[in-house]
Design a protein around this ligand. Structure first.
Ligand SMILES: CC(C)(COP(=O)(O)OP(=O)(O)OC[C@H]1O[C@@H](n2cnc3c(N)ncnc32)[C@H](O)[C@@H]1OP(=O)(O)O)[C@@H](O)C(=O)NCCC(=O)NCCS
Length: 162
């Protein structure tokens, strides 16, 4: 079931309005498949952490369409065990509406939520093709680049202190 998170993340100029919503894990699978599992070694769309009670799936709905997704997992970064961490996974925007600010708004909503939940930092294993998106939103790279074995894509870890 899709639940609106609130009016705080609506902009008056949106037609129809884009609304940040919470999602069930299964509702993320279509965009995960079409955006994140094209040209990758793995085609799996389910994450092991999807159904943990403290995992949150946030998306952006515009009218009847789900146009962006993200998954927020309570997990400390292995190199920052002293910091209460939330891992962001499965961040994706429908190609038809990319570059219109929806990813940034979704990220901000998730960061607000992580902060309110007491997290010290949010981190992600970012594809190098999306690195500049994260850096523009205040994340920093951490450590060396690597090729993720499941997707076969080059990545860097990125961290945003809250
Ligand atoms: C990365 C992604 C989620 C960004 O979503 P989006 O809705 O297009 O992002 P926004 O429109 O809010 O963009 C915010 C800013 O980041 C920039 N940006 C967005 N995607 C970018 C990318 N891949 N590389 C560099 N800059 C990017 C935008 O140009 C914009 O810059 P501006 O503020 O100067 O205008 C989207 O491009 C996507 O789904 N990519 C494919 C899947 C992917 O790589 N996901 C991340 C996995 S780690």
């Amino acid at each position: 079931m899709i639940t609106a998170v609130g009016a705080a993340h609506q902009l008056p100029g949106d037609r129809p309005p884009a609304v940040v919503v919470t999602l069930e894990a299964v509702e993320t699978h279509e965009l995960r498949r079409s955006v994140l599992r094209t040209g990758t070694l793995t085609t799996a769309v389910r994450f092991d952490e999807d159904d943990r009670p403290d995992t949150v799936h946030l998306g952006v709905r515009r009218g009847d369409d789900l146009v962006a997704i993200s998954t927020w997992i309570v997990r400390r970064h292995p190199d920052h065990p002293h910091l209460a961490g939330v891992q962001l996974r499965g961040m994706a925007t429908d190609p038809a509406v990319r570059g219109t600010g929806l990813g940034r708004r979704l990220l901000e909503a998730g960061l607000d939520r992580a902060r309110a939940g007491g997290a010290d930092m949010v981190w992600a294993r970012a594809r190098d093709t999306a690195l500049d998106f994260y850096l523009a939103q205040g994340f920093e790279t951490f450590g060396h680049g690597y090729t993720d074995p499941s997707t076969g894509l080059d990545h860097h870890d990125v961290i945003r202190h809250l």
